[in-house]
Write a protein that binds this ligand. Structure first.
Ligand code: FHN
Length: 600
């Protein structure tokens, strides 16, 4: 993995490298896709645990703090710890406060239905005793088999259980990717040798010793040849006929796809998939990292994943004593309390028929066809504008008060719902809406009259410029993703088809980055346009262009072009449409792959 601190609109080398490292997200060969989708949606929320020797370092080596994902401490991109010195850490590894039942209790109270833990990460240290290698927890002062303790505790509590295993990268084993190029006798080390002597035997160990597994989670297949992956997948399938294998095994194998790290997609994703995410900014424990996602953010991201059709695997990093940091635990418990009050909104639901988040929140669908409107940002007026619902509404009520029917009215193609008075709680509100007959929705994005509406680049028709997912790190290994349009030709345009509920003046802002100054123009299909010059920096920011007059409500197109500025640096992540000062937040984001309001 390469670092790149400079965001660029270009398909940066490191991003290409990382896509290759992740092995792509297409799965073509594996268990039946529909069955896997149903299983993942029923589970929906899982606990990821990054725990290894690196946890004892916690982001610090020889008194110096290294910022970034802590499990990479050994790597030259972080502290660059020599192999022999790193291996010696095992003789002090003693996370004596590890308590598997506490992990399981936390997962359950968070509403998580499965746990996946690192059996071996890129450092090469096995968190289980292994006949294939001596660099294991069995040879540490700790001496216990925490994998067995956790597997047993999960089974007793009815949670799914699975292992993460780094099959390609192994930095301390000769022949492993990133590992020593010579063996202990000075002979050249081959990947073939590492694969046969360590990877395969260890995967055999974890898939035969711990009972039935729900998951085997591989990571960063990188340049591994297909024959190795074929063999590995076959081994897992033989030993664990029902375990789900993620797409990061590589070469299109796997039963479901893993999205990029820390990424909730903006549009519904077909087929079975899972997002993996962090509770702070690092997967493993980092002493300084208190940038916790609070319960609300966790719920926004979880419901965002559910509304896009996927599962959400949220990580915790045990501290040097083997305990999950209390701040993360408390946020998880708080999120779990909300989930316990709204289980039908989360588990087993189908994705939003709109295919994307709405300006005020998101939608999941129950098996009986009821819509759950998850309100993350309540309009001050208490009116919720729902675009494009074509089926007649039979009833809308607060999720937990079936008897309290809410008034609705129709405004063109919009259904307007009068919400009950606001409570003091910041928790997402949920309303259940039922329709008569089959559910029919026009997914065309609607411009909300009361809230800023983000129109992400991912939903634009683009010509003369290049739509591309930019990926970059802010701290080492902390990935950011942006569906954006770059490489703007002189004739380049990004065009959105949208529904305007009312005529009038609408402010148009661009969310962009680039160098120096950029001149953007936004035109409507009615002929009005607004253009303006704005400063651009390396970070995405929302820049207002001005007010555009929409003469006739209804279906309109908005077309954005770049009139002047450095065309190679210009990157457009989308536009924001709002009514002006009453609904303005200049820092309005809306493009982070979660609900637009997440960052207001
Ligand atoms: O390199 C690893 C990283 O340490 C972490 O395990 C994440 C989790 O998805 N996977 C790899 C990077 O994508």
């Amino acid at each position: 993995m390469e670092t790149n601190d400079t965001p660029s609109a270009e398909p940066a080398a490191h991003a290409v490298t990382m896509d290759r490292m992740w092995g792509g997200d297409a799965v073509g060969a594996g268990l039946d896709s529909l069955t896997v989708t149903t299983r993942l949606r029923a589970l929906r929320f899982g606990m990821f645990v990054h725990w290894g020797l690196y946890s004892s370092l916690g982001g610090r080596w020889k008194g110096k703090t290294y910022y970034g994902i802590g499990e990479w401490m050994m790597h030259s991109a972080m502290a660059g710890i020599p192999v022999a010195e790193y291996r010696r850490l095992a003789s002090d590894f003693n996370p004596g406060h590890f308590d598997a039942s506490a992990f399981v209790r936390l997962a359950r109270s968070a509403g998580m239905r499965y746990i996946i833990i690192t059996a071996k990460h890129h450092e090469g240290f096995a968190m289980f005793g292994s006949k294939a290698d001596s660099f294991t927890i069995a040879n540490s002062p700790f001496g216990r088999d925490p994998m067995r303790e956790l597997a047993d505790a999960c089974r007793a509590a009815g949670l799914g259980f699975g292992f993460y295993y780094s099959h390609f990268q192994d930095w301390t084993t000769p022949g492993g990717a990133g590992g020593p190029a010579q063996d202990d006798h000075g002979a050249p080390a081959t990947f073939e040798h590492y694969f046969r002597s360590k990877c395969l035997p260890q995967v055999a160990e974890i898939t035969t010793r711990y009972g039935e597994l729900s998951f085997v989670w591989f990571d960063t297949p990188g340049a591994m040849e297909k024959t190795y992956i074929d063999e590995l997948y076959a081994l897992v399938r033989r030993n664990q006929p029902n375990a789900l294998v993620n797409s990061r095994i590589g070469h299109g194998w796997g039963d479901y796809s893993s999205e990029g790290d820390m990424e909730i997609p903006q549009a519904n994703v077909a087929g079975p998939w899972e997002a993996c995410d962090t509770t702070n900014d690092s997967w493993s424990f980092a002493w300084y990292d208190r940038n916790w996602k609070d319960a609300r953010e966790i719920l926004i991201r979880l419901t965002g994943a559910a509304a896009r059709g996927g599962a959400y695997l949220l990580n915790v990093g045990p501290d040097p004593d083997g305990r999950i940091p209390e701040a993360a635990a408390q946020n998880l418990r708080d999120a779990g309390a909300w989930i316990a009050r709204h289980p039908q909104v989360v588990y087993g639901t189908a994705p939003s028929p709109w295919g994307h988040a709405l300006p005020w929140g998101d939608v999941t669908v129950s098996a009986n066809g009821a819509l759950h409107l998850i309100v993350l940002q309540r309009p001050a007026s208490g009116q919720l504008w729902l675009p494009g619902l074509r089926s007649p509404v039979t009833c809308v009520h607060p999720f937990r008060e079936p008897g309290a029917r809410l008034a609705t009215r129709q405004h063109g193609s919009w259904t307007v719902i009068r919400l009950p008075p606001q409570t003091a709680s910041r928790d997402p509100e949920v309303y259940e809406l039922t329709v008569s007959g089959a559910l029919q929705v026009d997914p065309t994005p609607g411009v909300d009259p009361l809230l800023p509406t983000a129109l992400p680049a991912a939903f634009a028709a683009v010509t003369g410029a290049v739509p591309h997912k930019a990926q970059w790190m802010e701290k080492f290994g902390e990935w950011k993703h942006a569906e954006q349009v770059g490489r703007w030709g002189a004739d380049g345009v990004a065009c959105w088809t949208v529904e305007f509920p009312v005529a009038g003046d609408w402010r148009i802002s661009v969310r962009c980055r680039g160098e120096r100054r950029l001149v953007w123009k936004c035109a409507s299909d009615e002929g009005d346009f607004v253009q303006n010059q704005q400063g651009a920096t390396a970070a995405y920011a929302v820049m207002p262009l001005g007010f555009l007059t929409i003469q006739t409500a209804g279906r309109r197109t908005l077309t954005v072009s770049l009139l002047d500025g450095n065309r190679d640096s210009a990157s457009l992540e989308g536009i924001v449409v709002d009514k002006g000062p009453e609904s303005v937040d200049r820092d309005y984001m809306g493009f982070r792959g979660v609900c637009p309001q997440a960052n207001i």
